[in-house]
Design a protein around this ligand. Structure first.
Ligand SMILES: [Zn+2]
Ligand SMILES: [Zn+2]
Length: 95
């Protein structure tokens, strides 16, 4: 038995996951823990993925100045700074 390097609870030899704090590990050649992914990082990653999906699902328009894709709720074009880029933008056509 080993102890989780994050929370200190006992973990199985060579387990890749701590069932107490949900951190994940990878092992080096000598069986030493090489990389630790803390549960906070895992949660943050998931949150960012959800956030990204939500953003990508927003209605899109095309900036009339530079042709950049503008999402609903964006007041400025992130590329050229065009004001009211969404409301003033032209219809986005899927390729
Ligand atoms: Zn742990
Ligand atoms: Zn633009």
């Amino acid at each position: 038995m080993k102890n989780c390097p994050v929370c200190g609870k006992e973990i199985q030899e060579r387990t890749t996951k701590c069932y107490s704090c949900h951190s994940e590990f990878t092992y080096g050649k000598k069986g030493r823990i090489k990389y630790i992914k803390r549960s906070e990082d895992i949660i943050n990653e998931r949150r960012m993925e959800i956030e990204k999906k939500r953003y990508e699902a927003l209605p899109k328009k095309v900036c009339i100045t530079c042709g950049n894709t503008v999402r609903e709720g964006e007041y400025y074009c992130q590329l050229c700074g065009e004001e009211d880029a969404y409301n003033g933008g032209s219809t986005y056509f899927e390729e």
